[in-house]
Design a binder for this molecule. Sequence first.
Ligand code: MN
Length: 300
Amino acid sequence: MRLVSFDNGRIGVVHEGHVFDVSDVAGVVPGTWPPVGMVRAIAQWETLRPALLDAVRSGTGLALSEVRLEAPVQWPNKVIAFPANYHAHIDEMKGVGTGVISSFKASGQGFFLKANSSLSGPADAIVLPPLAGREIHHECELGIIIGKRGRGVSHADSRSYVFGFTCLLDMVVRGKEERVMRKSYDTFCPTGPWITTADEIADFDNIEMRLRVNGEERQSASTRNLIVNIPDMIAMSSAVMTLEPGDIIASGTPAGVGPVEDGDVIEIEIDGVGSMRLPVRRGTVGDHAVWDNEKVGLAV
Ligand code: MN
């Protein structure tokens, strides 16, 4: 099943190019704050699923083009992200004089968090802060949506914690400042266009993805090449913190990261999951003296 958030907090099921509004069935009141409708729907999934299927069978859909899609999960408990999770990406970061060494990889380094407020949706532009002399890079990633609460989840049990998948971009200002600051500008975590539920993905270790900038392919990868694979990501993160329904895990980027500029268009495509086409523009807000110390810097 494909689930969307749309038109100011409504929840929908996408079927044959149409969006079926299931907000009422899911008990979601559109427009309320905080926008936790999707988180609640995921938490109640086992009981809700049959009712949603009924709603699609008996309802009338809106054309996808008639609605404004939003970040599928707008208010998760957390966004977990894995750095240095493909060998080829680690090699390219070493190659640009970043001081990154081969021992820095997700299997030994662990994960970080991106601010939830950096989430944006498939209809939103990526807004670059006006930081002189800084590169802002795209990172093409698979987003894993957690389905149920868990702590200390074993590899063997991990699959049952995966609710679904979404396309995710981990945007980042290159430099040596704290990673969370460099990766948490508003719109630095586009997700969407929907959540594809895990039952539609046969093999978690064989998910192919690619990213294009202005039509030119920059990144291409498969989850089979992850250093920390999906069960490991769930085991490692849940060793530290309780996973909650709706939590998002950004699985790390493959080789081919690079800078984007005002006017670029980024396309991300994940086979069996979905695709998004996102315009990039330069905003006016976001500079601060904290960025002045290192005008040109490249690091993870
Ligand atoms: Mn990343």
